[in-house]
Design a protein around this ligand. Structure first.
Ligand code: IPM
Ligand code: MN
Length: 367
């Protein structure tokens, strides 16, 4: 297995280093080989190469880097975001570019509250919070279609197009039905989240695709629908209600931040940008956290969980049982270490970043 590593900005390289400790430990345990290659793709490099911090002036990733990244089995990403670079440049230049060019059309976000992790939801425990969000990752308002006219005048007009295709909705929906089948939870339910009462064109494309595909190809899976605003209410009031959620790009972006909070915050939440037949990229949900950079206080659990996902999902894609097992072992080890942590917040964990990474690796070794 060949893994491309992009530490990225801020605390990204620190947390990635901890995730790699788990990879080393589990590969020894199960005796499999892997090759890593580091890519220096970051805001610092952009600035050092003469990039304009206020508007994109040079590519943040080179075309030949993209070509090379296509040859890996998976990408492990730390964080994107630099305090000296205007918002949008790195997000579009790194994250969105990779998602689009590598056609990572699924953003997969498991939402699981591990035992001993506090949730802000009163009276909810780990048995109540265990669902997964499948976010469409290449369309919607993320395509950049639209524009601005008469900028800077009182007549300024801007549009941001919600580009929705049957093809894009359908492949996300199929992925989500397959995943619901694979999870095989007692609920066996897929919830479509959209806003069909207002987005009567795009919402309708999703709604019809969802029911047609479900009825024809996944009749045993219960189909459920929530408007996105109602989903935010239910996720707080009755998170135990959800099994798998499938949704459009921007709605998925928003509800997964809400979901990250109920599972204990950005210190633990991980996600995958998945192309089921291509190169997928796994990352902790948190950003580059400039104020914690270089202090050995950031929580690496999310990045370690991202490594666990990388292995399990790559295993699923390649039908490789050993890799699936490797991912599960990292998750088990994380759970055992979480039980010893004082908090999941940076600087309050009771341990340094590097200690948490060592403890997880040790737990893998001993298991
Ligand atoms: C995420 C992030 C990105 C998104 C940003 C950084 C472009 O918020 O992965 O959820 O909006 O998709
Ligand atoms: Mn987001």
């Amino acid at each position: 297995m060949r893994i491309a590593v992009i530490g990225g900005d801020g605390t990204g390289p620190e947390v990635v280093a901890e995730g790699l400790k788990s990879l080393t430990a589990v590969s020894k345990k199960l005796s499999f080989d892997y090759v890593l290659k580091n890519f220096d793709i970051s805001g610092d490099r952009y600035l050092a190469s003469g990039g304009d911090p206020n508007k994109q002036s040079i590519p943040v990733i080179d075309d030949d880097e993209i070509a090379e990244l296509r040859t890996f089995d998976a990408i492990y990403l730390g964080a994107v975001g630099h305090p000296k670079i205007a918002p949008g440049i790195l997000e579009k230049g790194v994250l969105l570019r990779l998602r689009f060019e590598l056609d990572q059309y699924i953003n997969l976000r498991p939402v699981r509250l591990y035992p001993n992790v506090p949730t802000p939801l009163k009276d909810k425990t780990s048995k109540d919070i265990d669902f997964i969000v499948v976010r469409e990752n290449t369309e919607g308002i993320y395509t950049g279609m639209g524009g601005v006219q008469y900028k800077g005048t009182p007549q300024e007009v801007s549009t941001q197009v919600n580009c929705t295709t049957r093809f894009g909705a359908e492949r996300a929906i199929r992925y989500a039905f397959d995943l619901t089948r694979r999870r095989n939870s007692p609920r066996r339910m897929l919830t479509l989240v959209h806003k069909t009462n207002v987005l009567t064109f795009a919402g309708d494309t999703w709604f019809r695709a969802f029911h047609e595909i479900g009825q024809r190809d996944y009749p045993e899976i219960k189909r459920d629908y929530n408007h996105v605003d109602a989903c935010c209410m239910w996720m707080i009031k009755n998170p135990e209600f959800y099994d798998v959620i499938v949704t459009d790009n921007i709605f998925g972006d928003i509800i997964t931040d809400l979901a990250a909070m109920i599972q204990g915050g950005l210190g633990v939440a991980a996600g995958g940008n998945i192309n089921p037949r291509g190169v997928s990229m796994y990352e902790p949900m948190g950003g580059s956290a400039p104020k914690y950079t270089g202090q050995n206080v950031i929580n690496p659990v999310a990045a370690i969980n991202a490594m666990s996902m990388l292995l399990s999902e790559t295993g699923n894609q390649k039908s490789d049982k050993k890799l699936i097992d490797a991912g599960n072992r990292i998750e088990q080890a994380v759970m055992s270490v979480i039980a010893k942590m004082q908090s999941q917040n940076a600087g309050k964990m009771g341990y340094a970043t590097t200690q948490i990474g060592d403890m997880v690796a040790e737990a893998i070794k001993k298991a």
